[in-house]
Each structure stands twice: as C-alpha cells, then as structure tokens.
Design a protein around this ligand. Structure first.
Ligand code: ATP
Ligand code: MG
Length: 209
C-alpha cells in the first residue's frame, strides 16, 4: 500500500475522530497532545495534527493526501480544489445567525453589522437574500460582539444553543447543518488510487458501524 498522510483537525473534531480512527486501525501511535506529526497503528498511514482552518490548505497542496475537516471550514475556504467523498457525521452542529434577545431590531436604514469568523459564508448568505451587510471579522467569542454594540448580528456555530442563551442571544436563522468531512487531494486520488479507495471504504464502514 502507498504511504498516506492524513491531516486531522485539532480540538473537538480530533476528539470525535479518535473512535473512528480506532475502528479502522489508525489510532495515533504517539502523544497527540504534543506532537504535530504522529505515526498511526497502521505503518502506511501517518497523521498530522493541524489547526482546523489549515486542513484544507494542507490537503490542497498535497502536504497531506487526506484530511478530516468541518463543513464550515470547507465552505469558508472554498472546496473546489479538493474531493469531499465522505460525510463522517461527527462534530455535528449548525451555522446560524443570532441576535440579542431584546436588542434593537434592525431598522432597515443603516447597514447591519455582522460579526463572524466566516466572512465568506456570511457575505454569500446575505447577498443571496439581497441584503447588504457590513462584515466584521473576529477570531473567536463572537457572542460578545452584540452585547457590547460591536455588531447587530453574529454568524457562528451552534450545537445546543447553550452558549447563545447564556449570553442573552437568540438564533434567528440557520444557514446550514455542519458535520466533519473526509477530504482528499485531487492528484493523490489518481496517483494513490488503490490505497485511498481502501481507506475510504474503511472510513465508510466505520461511520456506518
Ligand atoms: P482554533 O484552535 O484554530 O481556534 P477552532 O476554535 O476553530 O480552532 P473548534 O472550536 O474546536 O476549533 O472548532 C473546530 C471545528 O469543530 C469547527 O470548524 C466545527 O466544524 C466543529 N465544531 C465547532 N463547534 C462545535 C460544536 N459546538 N459542536 C460540534 N462541532 C463543533
Ligand atoms: Mg479556537
């Protein structure tokens, strides 16, 4: 089998990936809390531990043959340079628009300010609705923005809604459902076809199990 490299999204996706990896013999054989490159129990597959937003880049450039990444990150990055053959069904959440519960309703005169880590998805979403908004790029803790008047709305990931509620925010619209996907480098799909197909079949089996 050709040697393969799989880029994993550090953090919550990694946590939810581990049981799947274990089922197909790809458990990390090393300290994933400290190492950035770790062998797996399968000698033919090595693992990279990468920041979630960087996974599409590693796979697109072929530094990794495959990756596990959230649909949110893929949509923001633009997934055209990658194959996305499998929905792993893990790290399930949704991308939503939220606002202050008792906040001033948008008056329709001034442009709404929307704070988000996902400017591209947000721009497309409001453009589709024919609404011109002002985007404010943030890197985390989006819930704070409406509370301090930085933004009227936020676009952020929601799982239970608990964080929104704790901050006095309400979900007003769902943009899309989010799960993690297996992505594959386009060239590797050709040059390492057999090895990748075998791995894809194993992942698909592990997802169904
Ligand atoms: P970084 O460490 O680079 O700041 P991050 O803050 O984006 O990364 P996480 O918050 O772990 O990292 O989110 C990584 C991915 O996990 C997201 O892109 C999304 O696909 C998924 N995710 C985020 N929040 C949730 C949630 N509440 N429930 C399930 N999955 C989630
Ligand atoms: Mg973070």
């Amino acid at each position: 089998m050709a040697a393969l490299t799989l880029a994993l999204s550090k953090g919550r996706i990694l946590e939810e990936s581990l049981p799947l990896l274990a089922r197909i013999g790809l458990d990390p054989a090393g300290d994933i809390d400290r190492l950035l490159r770790v062998p797996s129990r399968n000698r033919d597959v090595s693992l990279l531990i990468v920041r979630p937003a960087d996974v599409p880049t590693y796979v697109e450039y072929g530094a990794a043959d495959l990756g596990i990444v959230g649909k949110d990150v893929l949509m923001e990055h633009g997934g055209a340079a990658l194959y996305e053959p499998l929905d792993l069904g893990i790290a399930r959440c949704r991308l939503s628009v939220a606002a202050k519960k008792d906040g001033p309703r948008p008056d329709g005169v001034r442009r709404l300010r929307v704070a988000t880590k996902y400017p591209e998805i947000t721009r497309r979403h409001f453009a589709q609705k024919g609404e011109q908004v002002e985007l404010i790029k943030l890197y985390g803790s989006m819930e704070l923005a409406p509370l301090v008047g930085l933004a009227d709305l936020i676009v952020d990931l929601v799982a239970t809604g608990g964080t929104l509620k704790a901050n006095g925010l309400v979900e007003i619209e769902t943009i899309c459902q989010v799960t993690s996907r297996l992505v594959v480098n386009k060239a590797a799909m050709k040059t390492k076809h057999a090895a990748i197909q075998t791995l894809l079949a194993q992942f698909a089996g592990a997802v169904r199990a």
